[in-house]
Ligand binder design. Structure first.
Ligand SMILES: Cc1cc2nc3c(=O)[nH]c(=O)nc-3n(C[C@H](O)[C@H](O)[C@H](O)COP(=O)(O)OP(=O)(O)OC[C@H]3O[C@@H](n4cnc5c(N)ncnc54)[C@H](O)[C@@H]3O)c2cc1C
Length: 413
């Protein structure tokens, strides 16, 4: 990466998380001059036998995006875990669904990847790009939108300008706040407890999810044949789960999940994250675009959050590259609105679906209980419906960007 930081860029991206780093790779590989601002200095030095607490279910569409920018082989060299089956069932009834990749004629349904492995692959690719300056540790303190450019001030005293500023700084986006963009949404009154769990039986390359009244409990398969859990539950219960000693925690986990994976033997460090549904009222202003969690956050029950953000990044990159190709000002609002029109509807549909699922499965009313169990039975026995849901969950439906189709940004449509 360049030591000397130029003050003027084509594009400033705030946030070098999974979504911001993906956009920086895609556009940097097209020769755009990019200032990538990250508050937490990335650290890729971890003990070989440790597992990241945070993992993501990566869809086939997201894998294609990573392949298109050359980051996927680097992630695979670290470790990624394919999953071929998914089993979902309701704790309060007999309804269940079994999704199987063979039924779809696909080799797998997706991969579970540690977040730090995703970031490692992306940052390795970024380091090869002289036109990308990673400015870290640094945070934005001021944003001024002018006619021809946007100007940002950083907490280290630097002043940067660019034709376009992108907010990829997560759900509590400072840039969104500075731009005065409001959000709608609410707290789910749930926290997601995450941990690495060693079980006596193999994970069977299967993603398991049991819906309980307080929230879903997911076991996601890892390459060490163990699993990473996301246990969504009330904030009070989450606090208790974090405070318990390991043996008590494993006992409670066993009781909640049953013996599908044998005995719960060991647990890594535990952490909890508050869960919110949040949607920005606007994704764009002149010279500004929001994407990833800065634009939307969704319940993790279907593992879609980062996948939506990666789809945003791939779509925005395409809109920008096409505008430059046609000698248009890619920071102009009418160009950025193309990105907003493309992504906002699809994201809203996913947010609403996840919200509906969360309510349906969280209800203790007899009618809702009947409805969800009947729905699960029906889905399981109706192949076209099941296949449609699966293809949607794999990111293979909708208006896909060129990168998500495995093409290059320059490819003719
Ligand atoms: C428990 C849990 C499980 C999940 N599981 C899945 C899953 O299986 N699959 C899935 O698709 N999604 C999952 N998600 C959602 C997923 O983690 C998020 O959607 C994803 O992290 C969003 O990525 P992002 O890059 O937009 O934001 P972030 O990951 O939040 O990255 C934002 C980046 O911006 C930086 N930053 C923040 N503020 C500033 C600032 N002011 N200046 C500079 N830099 C800044 C941060 O340090 C960070 O690097 C899960 C979420 C939770 C809570």
């Amino acid at each position: 990466m360049n030591e000397s930081v130029s003050q003027d860029y084509d594009i400033i991206i705030v946030g070098a998380g999974m979504v911001g780093a993906t956009l920086a790779c895609a556009l940097g590989q097209q020769g755009f001059r990019i200032g990538l601002i990250e508050v937490n200095e990335p650290n890729f030095d971890w003990p070989a036998d440790s597992v990241d607490q945070r993992v993501s279910a990566i869809t086939c569409a997201s894998q294609k995006i990573f392949e298109s920018i050359g980051a996927w082989p680097l992630m695979c060299k670290q470790r990624v875990s394919p999953y071929r089956d998914m089993r979902v069932w309701d704790a309060t009834g007999s309804g269940s669904v079994h999704f199987d990749c063979a039924q779809l004629g696909e080799p797998l349904l997706g991969h579970i990847v540690e977040n730090r492995v995703i970031l490692f692959g992306l940052h390795e690719q970024l380091q090869k790009l002289d036109c990308v300056d990673l400015i870290t540790p640094a945070s934005v303190t001021q944003l001024d939108i002018e006619l021809e450019q946007a100007r940002v001030a950083l907490d280290n005293g630097q002043q940067l300008t660019a034709k376009l500023v992108v907010a990829a700084d997560g759900s509590r986006s400072k840039l969104r706040e500075l731009a005065g963009i409001e959000t709608s949404g609410w707290s789910y009154e749930q926290h997601g407890v995450v941990a690495h769990i060693t079980t006596s039986k193999s994970n069977q390359e299967t993603a398991w999810q049991r819906f309980m009244p307080d929230g879903p409990l997911a076991f996601l398969p890892l390459s060490d044949d163990n699993s990473s859990i996301v246990w969504s539950t009330t904030p009070e219960h989450a606090d208790q789960l974090l405070a318990m000693d390991e043996a008590d925690f494993l006992d409670e986990l066993q009781e909640a999940f049953g013996d599908h994976l044998g005995r719960m033997l060991k647990c890594g460090p535990r952490a909890a994250f508050p869960l919110r549904m949040q949607h920005a009222k606007k994704y764009t202003l002149p010279r500004l675009a929001l994407l990833g969690d800065a634009a939307h956050t969704v319940h993790p029950l279907a593992g879609q959050g980062v996948n939506l953000g990666l789809a945003d990044a791939a779509s925005l990159a395409e809109v920008i590259v096409d505008a430059r190709q046609q000698r248009q000002d890619f920071g102009a609002h009418r160009i950025l609105r193309r990105y907003e029109r493309w992504r906002k509807g699809e994201n809203l549909a996913m947010l609403s679906t996840m919200d509906g699922f969360k309510r349906l499965f969280g209800s203790t009313q007899p009618l809702m209980k009947w409805l969800r169990n009947t729905g699960l039975h029906l889905t399981n026995s109706t192949s076209p419906l099941k296949n449609m849901i699966m293809r949607q969950a794999m990111g293979m439906e909708g208006d896909l960007s060129r990168l998500a189709k495995g093409q290059t940004l320059n490819e003719e449509q």
